[in-house]
Design a protein around this ligand. Sequence first.
Ligand code: SF4
Ligand code: SF4
Length: 93
Amino acid sequence: MSHIEKCDATECAYNSDGFCHTLAVTIGDPRGCPDCSTFFVSSSKGGDQEATAGIGACKMASCRYNMQLECSAPSVSIGHAEEHVHCLTFSQR
Ligand code: SF4
Ligand code: SF4
């Protein structure tokens, strides 16, 4: 599973100190943007603080790292872009 190296969306419930602590996230939305679909703002923090996340699934078939709707990049970065929280490693084929 591709590893999430860092995520600067510190407002997300799964983020602590720039790291994602859910087990796996899904990337991609119906508009065709590489959004983190797991992004969620809450008054309380969640996830497993002992774990750092990977990419469970990715709908961005247009990305060069996408193989059969799974991410094949060794690691990815997530962060703010275009007023959303995107996979910053996305690279158009
Ligand atoms: S990768 Fe997604 S779910 Fe994980 S902390 Fe960042 S925005 Fe939240
Ligand atoms: S690098 Fe590409 S395939 Fe991997 S999660 Fe990001 S958008 Fe999806």
